[in-house]
Design a protein around this ligand. Structure first.
Ligand code: Z5A
Length: 212
């Protein structure tokens, strides 16, 4: 690697925690401060695989649970060449949901273990920072109501949160828990601070592989 590489920054969290709001603000702030940065979002509903996932999420089609899990993972893998290209060019990527959502959501379904759910995502680009936007179900309930998509049910989201908590015990990843009950600006300042540290640290480090 010759130049400085970009950092891979992931925003995760429960439904309505503010991931999309904060990802957008973070990219803008990084660019304003002279850090090349772009936003990505998973699922990426624009690809053929993403369209199958989207149709499943809006309940237009049904897919078997293992199958949809593998499709979510394939949707990440199909974008890996592009992600690596950008990171190598020094562009930091701010990603709204990643493999952690994949594992947390599928393993909240009956009969799925964390280990099985992680396996298709082993080897993806390893994030330099995973920001977990923490919001209690009571606080989330004060935001816009759940939509009509699959998984947007309070009981299911509770189990998803438990799975995220299990994933966060992994010391090989740079998890930072952010209190998402604060104002958009307060959260943003915190997120920007963690991101600038991660960008500085990642610049001279090789990109690693997730869960390897
Ligand atoms: N899924 C999966 O199963 N497997 C996978 O591998 C992946 C995903 C990657 C689609 O996700 C579903 O796919 C998702 C997980 C599953 N299912 N669920 N549930 P998506 O990313 O396309 O959509 P979403 O995740 O449902 O978005 P979200 O979680 O609902 O929202 P958010 O991005 O966290 O929040 P937001 O859109 O920025 O804000 C929500 C509202 O709160 C909005 O009105 C804001 O103005 C307001 N807001 C935001 N921040 C604040 C603060 N700080 N205070 C007050 N109000 C705020």
């Amino acid at each position: 690697m010759t130049g400085r590489r970009g950092a891979l920054i992931i925003l995760e969290g429960v439904d309505r925690a503010g991931k999309t709001t904060q990802s957008t603000k973070l990219v803008q702030a990084l660019q304003d401060r002279g850090h090349p940065a772009e936003m990505m979002k998973f699922p990426d509903r624009t690809t053929k695989i993403g369209q199958m996932i989207s149709s499943y999420l809006v309940k237009a089609t049904n897919l078997e649970d293992h199958t949809v899990h593998l499709l979510f993972s394939a949707n990440r893998w199909e974008l890996v060449p592009l992600m690596k290209e950008k990171l190598e060019k020094g562009i930091s990527l701010v990603v709204d949901r990643y493999a952690f959502s994949g594992v947390a959501f599928t393993s909240a379904k009956p009969g799925f273990t964390l280990e099985w759910c992680k396996s298709p995502d082993v080897g993806l680009p390893k994030p330099d920072l995973v920001l977990f936007l923490q919001l209690s179900p009571a606080e989330a309930a004060q935001r816009e109501t759940f939509g009509n998509e699959r998984y947007e049910r309070a009981d299911f989201q509770k189990t998803v949160l438990q799975r995220f908590n299990q994933l966060m015990t992994d010391p090989t990843l740079n998890w930072q828990v952010i209190d998402a009950a604060r104002t958009i600006e307060e959260l943003h300042k915190d997120i920007l601070r963690h991101s600038e540290v991660a960008i500085e640290q990642a610049a001279t480090q090789p990109l690693k592989e997730l869960w390897k």
